[in-house]
Design a protein. Structure first.
Ligand SMILES: [Zn+2]
Length: 216
């Protein structure tokens, strides 16, 4: 096995997703790129009516921002390789062991049809399954796209997105502790709305985790 890995390293060197520099297979990112974005934390004011707080891994800037945009809007599915090394480094998994079920924030059908995949699945699904957590890509369904949020205040954003998510009727979340995952946390309105629906469907608690955030 060792020989196989040595050979694999020669033929398929692992490169940093940020700068393309060759890095050791188990590191994933070079230290320079990582230290510019790495900021794992529980977000301030992320504990809302239905969301039991939200954690994030990185600041939404630099290489992480670029890679998320490429995966989301540029069809670059190959960029998904950037995320497992980040998830593996997350220092607060011990606070989330009670979450047994992972559900992503879904796309609207219209976005599914044009993109062909949910970028959130690309970021989390494989890693979560390997970590022994049950991942339900279609646990929630999104009935419509939100109107553009950027010009709205925080409370207007909540109203704008309220009632947009529905539980998949084949899924039973009653009494379950759920980890709700998304790519970017901005104001928390999306997370709160999705958590609201999960709680309405009987979930015991909903905690958030995103790859990046521009919030503190
Ligand atoms: Zn780098």
């Amino acid at each position: 096995m060792k020989l196989f890995h040595d050979l694999a390293d020669i033929f398929y060197p692992t490169t940093c997703p940020g700068c393309g520099k060759v890095v050791e297979r188990d590191r994933g990112w070079c230290e320079d790129c990582l230290k510019r974005v790495w900021n794992p934390r529980l977000l301030n004011s992320s504990h809302t009516d239905h969301l039991h707080g939200c954690y994030t891994l990185c600041n939404y800037e630099g290489a992480v921002r670029k890679i998320i945009i490429q995966l989301k809007y540029g069809g670059r599915i190959d960029r998904k390789k950037a995320f497992p090394p980040l998830l593996s480094r997350f220092p607060y998994w011990d606070r989330l062991t009670f979450c047994s079920l992972v559900i992503p924030v879904p796309l609207s059908q219209k976005k599914w049809d044009s993109r062909g995949y949910n970028q959130v699945d690309m970021m989390f699904e494989e890693w979560m399954e390997k970590a022994g957590k049950k991942y339900l890509p279609r646990g929630l369904v999104r009935f419509r796209a939100a109107e553009t949020q950027s010009l709205l205040s925080r409370s207007e954003r909540y109203d704008n997105i309220k009632g947009i998510f529905h539980i998949n009727r084949n899924v039973d979340v009653r009494g379950k502790y759920i980890l709700l995952v998304d790519d970017v946390y901005t104001t928390g309105a999306t997370m709160e709305s999705a958590a609201h629906e999960l709680k309405r469907a009987g979930a015991a608690s909903v905690t958030g985790l995103t790859i990046a955030s521009g919030a503190m």
